[in-house]
Write a protein that binds this ligand. Structure first.
Ligand code: IPD
Ligand code: CA
Length: 302
């Protein structure tokens, strides 16, 4: 365990060193999370969705009627973009809500999910996060994921490990669990918004569930990946995530010792490729189980 005075301090330099990028990611994600927290309280003072009905224009839908986007997602991405433009005016940004050159991986770009777990945010389930990652040539080199309701910051820089900073500022180094059997693994997953992909995801879960300790569907892929890093689960997998869902959490998991499989950061979620992160002690066995069950086959949105 480490204490607050050892935290990485914010720097506004234009450096591409992973620790400088991490400091920027932490600062921006923390500010964005404070905005999300304050706005949820203002807009939906209680849990449950009833308050939303009283606020026309607060929630719209995206890919599917089940796929919400709130005014807070939009505002928060705009806030992140303004801060990045101030601090690092030459950097490119890919965000879940506004998009931005996903196919162009050359050089440095920021990959931003203003609220990962928007359905939880809408209902008031305390599992949603802001994710900010810096990628160089399509590889994540620095990241911060802030668990908004719990005010916990996960962060990592390539080659420098991953940490969790709690609401009192206490910093803990992250390590994956030492589990060594898939049959004892707690596996987090998630589902897309389209009905056809969901049907296939459900069929796959029916085959996997008897082979593992249990399944968790938390509702935020970024937090699932941080849970692999923290040892709160042993593995995470999901088909069809967008790069904003995994760019931050995947680096945090990898720096905590997880074995990762991610698509190219240029791949659209429509292609349905799978993201996998798992504790190292089950990597080979899980790979064999996933091969047997066909997990590596993409689940395109069709
Ligand atoms: C979603 C969450 C969820 C995952 C979905 C994602 P959103 O992101 O990460 O856990 O299962 O596939 O789309 O829509 O809340 O930003
Ligand atoms: Ca997301």
């Amino acid at each position: 365990m480490r204490y607050p005075d050892e935290r990485t301090e914010f720097t506004s330099s234009s450096s591409t060193h992973p620790s400088d990028l991490r400091a920027v990611a932490v600062r921006i994600a923390t500010d964005a999370a404070a905005h999300v927290r304050a706005r949820r309280h203002e807009l939906f003072a209680t849990t449950g969705t009833a308050a939303l009905d009283d606020e026309p224009g607060t929630v719209a839908t995206k890919s599917n009627p089940t796929d919400p986007v709130t005014i807070v997602d939009t505002e928060t991405e705009a806030l992140v973009r303004r801060q990045l433009a101030d601090l690092r005016p030459h950097d490119r940004i890919l965000g879940e809500e506004e998009g931005g050159a996903p196919a162009d991986l050359a050089g440095l770009r920021w990959v931003v999910d203003p609220i990962d777990g928007t359905v939880n945010f809408v209902y008031g389930i305390p599992a949603y996060a802001v994710s900010v990652a810096a990628q160089i040539d399509g590889r994540s080199v620095a990241a911060a994921v802030v668990d908004v309701p719990n005010n916990v910051t996960y962060s990592a820089a390539a080659g420098q490990g991953a940490t969790r900073t709690d609401s009192d500022g206490i910093v803990t180094d992250l390590r994956c669990n030492s589990v060594d059997s898939v049959s004892l693994a707690l596996v987090a997953t998630g589902f897309g918004y389209g009905a056809q992909r969901r049907q296939r995801q459900g069929e796959l879960i029916a085959k996997l569930l008897p082979r593992v300790r249990d399944i968790r569907r938390v509702g935020s892929a970024a937090l699932d990946l941080c849970m692999v890093a923290s040892g709160l689960v042993d593995a995470h997998f999901e088909h069809g995530l967008g790069p904003w869902d995994w760019a931050g959490g995947a680096l945090i998991a990898a720096e905590a010792g997880a074995v990762l499989r991610v698509p190219s950061a240029a791949t659209s979620s429509d292609a349905g490729e799978v993201v996998v992160a798992c504790a190292p002690g089950i990597a080979d066995e899980l790979d064999a189980v996933f091969s047997e069950l066909g997990v590596y086959a993409p689940m395109p949105d069709y």
